[in-house]
Design a protein around this ligand. Structure first.
Ligand code: GLR
Ligand code: MG
Length: 436
């Protein structure tokens, strides 16, 4: 596979396969509710004329599938090298997704939900699949196609969640992490993540309990891990006043406070008095949001996410803009499989200004669709030199997770943390923002 046998025509796309899957997800809590027992993802395979298969992954909810299907139909005949063309093709064939608005998405965690952003999330999976195929055809790793790595190992942080021991529905998948609902539980979780994966920095998903309880959890972490970088992320659940109070309480303890309050205006007001950097994966998630946020000084760190931004090359563009404005760079994560983790690691390896450990949900996942799970060493993943992403699809696992999606009556095919929470608390409604 090292040479491009047959030249450019060999790189023409002959077939695209879309496989929606449902992946087991633990009962992780956030300000919207709780994760469903299974979360939807979409696995994208791009097969070239010479039989090389590239894989990508993105969100699997219905609105993403509706955009992915016409793009998959339009791709055959085009080259896997035509990455810029993917964007214009998607614009012309995908159509308008349902349920878009300028306001935050229904899950409330990913910022605005514009048609452009949903389409870019779909394009990202295709871009990664094309890069994987191209890398395999050329015998080059994806990081080389992005200009080459600037580091051999990419650091990830331990992603701490308040959580229940099990989902409140019978037959849901189980794990052995137990509940974590207070400072002791969070510290115990961090100790296990440190022992099992070697993480040395930690992010607590907040916005779950009243702020004083979360402040206590962060202080307990600081006592247990003195000097280690710590972050708190309530997904915009606090008013500016509350956020200012929390920032005051945690001054000198946090490396940054992530989306303490909703919206650029509030973040800008808070940034002036927070006494620590503010980070976001909610108020800057598209290029259109950058000018206002950066000129107002609303954020000091942006969490990139190649799914939001339209792929690995657009992530590098975001990094360049951040560098120009002196804004720091970290990396965001939703529940994802090993394909996306490989893509995250390749692009992270090429970003000179990645200043913080990356987020990843991966340690929480017990299932995958690749043959060899990624293994963290000292909290880091090594950036390999195998062609493409360096992962291989486990077809048996993929089929099993796809069957789960086929068997679902539709309840789990769209991630809805609020609905999942209602199973435990029938009175639960999407919390008004600010919640505190
Ligand atoms: O703000 C963030 O970092 C996230 O939204 C990451 C994830 O979506 C997380 O909050 C989750 O899945 O509950
Ligand atoms: Mg966040």
């Amino acid at each position: 596979m090292g040479t491009v046998v047959g030249g450019a025509s060999a790189l023409a796309i002959a077939e695209v396969r879309l496989t929606p899957v449902l992946v087991a997800d633990p009962p992780l809590l956030n300000t919207q509710g709780v994760h469903q027992p299974y979360t939807p993802r979409l696995v994208i395979e791009v097969v070239t004329a010479d039989g090389t298969t590239g894989v990508g992954e993105t969100y699997g909810d219905t609105c993403y599938l509706d955009l992915a299907r016409p793009l998959a139909r339009a791709l055959p005949g085009r080259s896997v090298t035509d990455l810029n063309g993917l964007f214009t093709l998607a614009e012309s064939v995908c159509g308008e997704p349902d349920g878009v608005s300028e306001s935050v998405d229904s899950g409330g965690l990913r910022g605005v939900r514009t048609a452009d952003k949903l389409r870019l999330s779909v394009v990202s999976g295709f871009e990664v699949a094309c890069l994987d195929a191209l890398g395999k055809a050329l015998g080059l790793p994806v990081h080389a196609l992005l200009g080459g790595r600037v580091r051999y190992r990419v650091e990830y942080g331990g992603y701490l969640f308040y959580r229940w021991a099990e989902h409140p529905v019978s037959g849901a998948p189980l794990d052995d992490w137990g509940a974590a609902l207070d400072p002791e539980g969070i510290v115990a979780q961090a100790r296990r993540l440190a022992a099992d994966f070697g993480f040395t920095s930690f992010k607590l998903k907040g916005g779950v309990f009243p702020p004083d309880q979360e402040i206590a959890a962060v202080r307990a972490l600081a006592r247990a891990f003195p000097g280690h970088p710590l972050r708190l992320d309530p997904n915009g659940a606090w008013s500016v006043e509350t956020a200012r109070y929390v920032a005051g309480q945690l001054a000198g303890v946090l490396e940054y406070l992530e989306d303490p309050t909703s919206g650029t205006a509030g973040m800008a007001r808070l940034a002036r008095c927070a006494g620590m950097p503010l980070a976001t994966n909610m108020c800057v998630t598209t290029f259109a949001e950058i000018p206002e946020a950066f000129t107002k000084g609303a954020v000091q760190v942006v969490l990139c996410d190649h799914h939001y931004w339209g792929g690995l090359r657009r992530t590098r563009e975001l990094a360049a803009v951040c560098r120009a404005f002196g804004v720091g760079l970290a990396m965001h994560s939703n529940t994802h499989l090993g394909i996306s983790l490989a893509a995250m690691t390749h692009v992270a390896a090429t970003l000179p200004n990645l200043d913080h450990a990356c987020d990843s949900h991966y340690p929480w996942l017990t299932e995958d669709v690749i043959t060899a799970r990624h293994t963290f060493q000292g909290g880091r993943l090594t950036v390999g030199d195998a062609p493409g992403l360096g992962v291989e699809l486990d077809r048996t696992a993929l089929e099993a997770l796809h069957w789960r999606w086929l068997d679902d009556d539709g309840t789990l095919r769209d991630r809805d943390d609020t609905a999942a929470m209602r199973r435990a608390d029938p009175a639960w409604a999407t919390p008004a923002v600010p919640r505190w």
